[in-house]
Design a binder for this molecule. Structure first.
Ligand code: PMP
Length: 438
């Protein structure tokens, strides 16, 4: 019954020829730090769903806000009309955004739409300011920006790009990010490697700055294995973008809303991007929503102007959906009133200590952490990549601890309400299960 790779294990419960009873891991309930499985077991959520349930599951205030909104008004269009909660949430998010980013565009589905929106804003803005030759977008190898064609194109998963022949043209990728991944057990950020940002200079020389609209990176690359930027790397990227008139987009779908103990990753690293994409923690994942934060003059270039209605049209039926706006407002209240971002900052040293106690555990070749993100990288079984991590995932699940694996890397990102005892339980379960792996 063992699935050969992560992808199959992911889809298995949804294939038509399997009954739900047979499917191995079905969640039917969730509360706080725990999921309830279909057979009534409790599973400690070590990943906040998919890096998204930051305030814990089914927070009563968020649930109430969604219920009230559903009864009051189910839907309102965002074209030519709107509703007050959308403006309220936009202004609340704008207050949290780094620096002078003060305008918010709401997408509906999540991060992928937010990324596509940001890329389009970048192209539209360059054109509006008379830089219409700047149509090239730059991503980073091993970056992840969702499943839209824009996200795949700038994304750094080569197999993913190859699988779909027709992508955005003119896209290129910063090199060397694989090297950024390994932290050789050092805590916090890698001390060396800021000069890897100079790879952008290589691309500028190769393509000419006048063809490049924007660079998109995750402050911490999450889904491809929790890769930390070396100290100073993002600053250097910012400088090079400034030098050449290139917009810098931070994809903060994971790092936004407290994951590093600050509002956004940009705040943690002290680097000001031109645009921020967000999703997941925006609504605590209770209702899907994504958004882009951007400066007024860039937003205006995209959303207003004589061409807008005919050429630059962009929006979703469910942009600023009332349920999402209600969930988002309640979520931000919970974050603030429960001091959850500060809690992340306070717990981070304990988290680091606990994770790094796995140094020397069987099969472990690297450990990385920042805020309440963590990665435990395993030595792959020769010729069977992902198999060892998958086994670990199953064993932990059987012991009631939910982890996530990407390749042979265990990626951890618990809800911010986690207690120290629960951190210990995750780490001890990993330690115990690692011992029993082939
Ligand atoms: N960008 C980043 C950085 C992400 O981590 C993700 C999802 N893991 C996405 C974009 C895509 O978001 P979604 O799955 O909500 O479309």
């Amino acid at each position: 019954t063992r699935a050969p790779n992560n992808l199959e294990s992911f889809w298995m419960p949804y294939t038509a020829n399997r009954s739900f009873k047979q499917a191995p891991r079905l969640y039917v309930g969730a509360k706080g730090m725990y999921y309830t499985t279909v057979d009534g077991r409790q599973v400690l959520d070590g990943t906040a769903g998919l890096w998204c349930v930051n305030a814990g599951h089914c927070n009563p205030r968020i649930v109430q806000a969604i219920q009230d909104q559903a009864a009051e008004m189910d839907y309102a269009p965002s074209f030519q009309m709107g509703h007050p909660k959308a403006f309220e949430l936009a202004s609340r998010v704008a207050q949290m955004l780094p620096g002078d980013l003060d305008h918010v565009f709401f997408a509906s589905g999540g991060g992928s739409e937010a990324v596509d929106t940001a890329l389009k804003i970048a192209l539209a803005y360059q054109r509006q300011i008379g830089q219409g030759t700047r149509t090239r977008l730059i991503g980073r190898e091993r970056g992840y920006h969702g499943t839209g064609f824009g996200g795949i194109s700038v994304g750094g998963i080569v197999a993913n790009r190859k699988a779909f022949g027709t992508l955005l043209t003119g896209v290129d990728h910063l090199r060397h990010t694989h090297d950024l991944g390994r932290n050789a057990y050092s805590r916090g950020l890698p001390q060396h490697g800021a000069e890897l940002a100079d790879d952008l200079e290589r691309l500028v020389t190769l393509h000419d700055a006048s063809t490049i609209a924007a660079v998109i990176v995750e402050p911490v690359a999450g889904s491809t294995g929790v890769l930390m930027p070396p100290q100073g790397y993002l600053q250097r990227l910012r400088q090079i973008c400034d030098k050449h008139g290139i917009l810098l987009i931070f994809d903060e779908v994971i790092t936004g809303f407290g994951r590093l103990g600050t509002n956004f990753g940009a705040d943690y690293f002290g680097v000001q991007p031109d645009m921020v994409t967000m999703a997941k923690g925006l609504t605590n994942a209770a209702v899907p929503a994504g958004a882009v934060g951007v400066r007024k003059h860039i937003y205006d270039a995209f959303m207003t102007g004589p061409e807008h209605m005919i050429e630059l049209f962009h929006g979703y039926t469910y942009s600023a959906h009332p349920l999402a706006m209600a969930a988002g407002l309640a979520t931000l209240d919970v974050y603030r009133e429960e001091g959850l971002f500060q809690r992340v900052a306070d717990l981070a040293p304990y988290w680091e200590q606990a994770l790094h106690s796995l140094k020397g555990a069987r099969h472990v070749i690297d450990i990385r952490n920042l805020g309440l993100i963590g990665a435990v990288e395993l030595e792959p079984i020769a010729g069977k990549p992902t198999a060892r991590a998958y086994d670990l995932f199953i064993k932990c699940f059987e012991k009631g601890v939910g982890i996530r694996t990407t390749g042979d890397i265990v990626a951890l990102s618990p809800p911010f309400i986690i207690e120290k005892g629960e951190i210990d339980r995750i780490v001890e379960t990993l330690r115990e299960c690692l011992q029993t792996l082939d």
